[in-house]
Design a binder for this molecule. Sequence first.
Ligand code: FDA
Length: 327
Amino acid sequence: MARPLGVVRELPERALRAGLLALSRRRSLGRVATRIPLTRAMVARFVSGVTFDEARPALERLRAAGMRTTVDVLGESVASVAAARAAADQYVATLDAVAATSADRNVSLKLSQMGLDVDADVCRENVARILDRAGELDAFVRIDMEGSATIERTLALWRELRPRNAGRGESGVVIQAALRRSADDLEALIAEGARVRLCKGAYREPAEIAFKARAEVDDSYERLMGRLLVDGNYPALATHDDALIRKAIAFARAHGIGQERFEFQMLYGVRRDLQARLVKAGYTVRVYVPFGDQWYPYFMRRLAERPANVAFVLRSVLGERRGQNPD
Ligand code: FDA
């Protein structure tokens, strides 16, 4: 049993990361993986449930622990107009379901799930419909950022549709520190008063357009974070990186930026200790809570972010086969 784990540990981290990201794009594997009951226990670490009702206790627990939340209906890269419309229907239903609870009226969605690569007009209609409903419910809508090929279209669509719930819940976008273009994008967004979430970037990008070394990505994050803290409109600092979080706190203190002017964001199931510590220290922490059956690419990206998670997953599988409790 020690052998597969040992092999995994020996693999160079970057190769493993690249391999996992490549696997995350293999739809056929996703179709198989989602049918294997054994994977459920592992997936549950990062995914709050298959239905909204299953996700609800997680939302309530987080609220009771002083956290804010944003709900994500899992799904991306739909292959048909019908699937895109169904995903938009699901978001509208989720907004209604969230509004019927005491959870934050805040959702995050992906444009590839709304049909960006299938039919741009359908995608626009879908997002408009969601923003209209969000406006009626005073709910916030975050448009997640996907691979670099989608950035121009994502920002353009958000700019076009932003007025639909401006002043009635609002909407916002995401900037990825790993991309070289992000400093320019961020300046434009700051000038527009955009609500920006800053993250490192979860997609595999070529060196011509992206920083590859961890230190370069972290430096970029720190620079962009400084710009957002000084001039941004209630920025969201999405990271689990202790060092960057400490730098954000020190920067805000040094510049007299109050805790109410920004928030930290983290993923469901990741660094729960850090989430709790920040809440205790008085910071706003919003947890990104995904639910749904289309968890495969999301789950694979979480493995890629921390290849040690692969060992965790293997241990769970092997433990379960031998009748032991998974970690
Ligand atoms: P980093 O990867 O350096 O991790 C720092 C530490 O955090 C690790 O040492 C480990 O302790 C812990 N950690 C990080 N990831 C973990 C994991 N999966 N499992 C266990 N521990 C982990 N990306 C994107 O391209 N577009 C988007 O729209 C978003 N949206 C988004 C929203 C929110 C709320 C978050 C937190 C993140 C995103 N991301 C994203 C993902 C983001 O780009 C990035 O891939 C992850 O946050 C991991 O990067 P960190 O900043 O946490 O640093």
